[in-house]
Design a protein around this ligand. Structure first.
Ligand code: HEC
Length: 469
């Protein structure tokens, strides 16, 4: 019954016209640009366009980087450092092994662009002729898209003390959405971002009574849309979080988890261990989906925000705002962000290369869209492998030097079709030795936990489920 309805929905989706593109978010970060001969490059003629394309997204006033790289005066004094970070590929930040997979949001520079920038910086970073400068690149405000959002929800301000380790806060926000919608693009911003460790947004499961409740006022432009059944998604088996534990170890893991289950894992998608609706993670920004795809919101949708703050010495207040852009049509392919995870591991003190793995079997065929590894400070490397039903193994993503400060979502350049029964496996290594400069304490046994000095192993993945195929 459920399957039949879903099948009909999918048939309708595949024949429906796609939504409309948002105004281009920005020049795509395509590769292969700037293949000009390395010398005699000058800022205005050769380098400024490259920085507009590859750096200014973050290095501008209001961007996520601590300084701007816009004027020649901004870059001149930094030239040696720019040469170094570009040559070492620390900037632009991109942590995937470039020989595996192709990603739509790949920020890495091709070899020719690296050579051009390095040669210019080492050659004294000459300015060149201002007459030949490209037009200044502009950035929409207050959001990354020029089009106004269709729905904006904000959490009440939360007080953050100057010091201490904070538990996650959970805040419920009603959307007042009158008709079901597909989210086509989203952006999450927080005030006082330096106090925000992360924000995950969960879509609450509809409860009897609430969904039937009052159709609240939506934006006036919205025309009522037919009610859509919630897209099918596989059920979550919490026991999978224990994978890897030997039977005799189960009690000690359960014992450790008790408080977390009562307090955190009952919220949203097991507190984030099973996925999320949308996220505001370090290194993230606005997210856009393909024009005919989106995250489904039922009428009367309610969000739970999971807010994690990091005190930095001065007490403050922060609120988070989620802006959503909807697909024009009522139908789109529904995207689901889920996770492969385990909480059953203990990393011994000093272990330099402790392996933890987890896997899940896809209960139906799925079309894969993105991958997002998540670990904490001891995270060293992370690999996703698909084991196809015929036994063939394929590496989807390899992050050789994981960096907690950059929680990239790696969006596949092309969707990848995975058959029913495919096993998605993640293999991670943790460095709990003193040689890991990020390690807060190599003398501790490190367990799964919500705080940064504890560890996590989560492989988020985003798919379109294809039940019945
Ligand atoms: C996605 C955002 C982003 C992009 C794109 C980006 N940067 Fe950065 N950059 C940052 C952030 C955040 C920092 C500060 C934190 C850090 O060093 O990781 C930074 C730091 C730097 C630093 C200082 C490094 C240090 O060791 O202190 C330099 C130099 C730099 N960036 C140059 C560049 C150049 C050149 C480009 C383009 C080729 C670029 N960045 C692209 C976000 C970005």
């Amino acid at each position: 019954m459920q399957r039949l309805r879903t099948r009909q929905l999918f048939l309708a989706l595949f024949t429906a016209a796609g939504g409309h593109d948002l105004p281009a978010q920005e020049t795509p970060l395509e590769q292969g640009a700037g293949k000009k001969p390395p010398a005699p490059a000058t800022w205005h003629e050769s380098i400024e366009p490259l920085f507009q394309r590859h750096c200014q997204e973050c290095h501008r006033p209001g961007g996520s980087a601590p300084f701007a790289l816009i004027e020649h005066a901004d870059v001149e004094g930094l030239a040696p450092m720019i040469a170094e970070v570009v040559a070492q590929r620390r900037m632009p930040p991109w942590h995937a092994d470039r020989t595996i997979g192709r990603f739509a949001n790949d920020r890495s520079l091709d070899a020719a662009t690296v050579a051009t920038i390095v040669a210019w910086a080492k050659g004294g970073a000459p300015a060149g002729d201002p007459q030949r400068a490209p037009p200044r690149r502009s950035w929409p405000e207050p959001w990354s898209f020029a089009a106004p959002p269709d729905l904006v929800v904000t959490t009440p301000p939360q007080a953050i003390p100057a010091e201490g380790t904070l538990l996650y806060q959970y805040v419920h926000v009603e959307t007042g959405l009158a008709a079901p919608r597909f989210v086509r693009a989203a952006e999450l911003r927080s005030t006082r971002p330096e106090l925000v460790h992360h924000v995950l947004v969960f879509l609450d499961e509809p409860r009897a009574g609430r969904d039937a409740a009052k159709p609240a006022a939506e934006s006036p432009a919205a025309t009522p849309l037919p009610t859509l059944a919630r897209p099918w998604r596989p059920a979550f088996n919490q026991l999978e979080l224990m994978q890897g534990a030997k039977p005799e170890e189960m009690p000690r893991y359960f014992e450790r988890l008790q408080a977390m289950i009562r307090r955190d894992l009952r919220h949203g998608e097991a507190g984030g261990l099973n996925g999320y609706f949308l996220s505001g993670l370090a290194g993230g920004g606005a997210v856009t989906f393909a024009p005919d795809e989106g995250k489904f919101m039922p009428a009367g949708a309610r969000f739970t925000f999971q807010l994690h703050y990091q005190p930095n010495g001065t007490a403050g207040e922060s609120s988070s705002t989620l802006a959503l852009w909807f697909a024009d049509g009522p139908r789109a392919r529904p995207l689901d962000t889920r996770a492969v995870a385990t909480v059953a591991f203990a990393i011994p003190p000093g272990a330099a290369n402790h392996e933890v793995t987890a896997e899940c079997r896809l209960p139906v065929a799925a079309s894969l869209r993105s991958l997002q590894p998540h670990m904490h400070l001891r995270g060293k490397d992370f690999t996703y492998i698909a084991r196809h039903p015929d036994g063939r193994e394929e590496t989807l993503l390899h992050v050789p030097a994981y960096d907690f400060d950059w929680q990239h979502e790696y969006r596949l350049a092309e969707p990848m079709e995975l058959a029913e029964g495919t096993v998605l496996r993640v293999v991670a290594h943790f460095d709990n030795s003193a040689a890991n400069p990020a390690n807060p304490d190599p003398s501790q046994t490190v367990w799964f936990g919500l705080q940064t000095m504890e560890e996590m192993l989560i492989g988020y993945f985003e798919v379109v489920w294809k039940p019945g195929e």
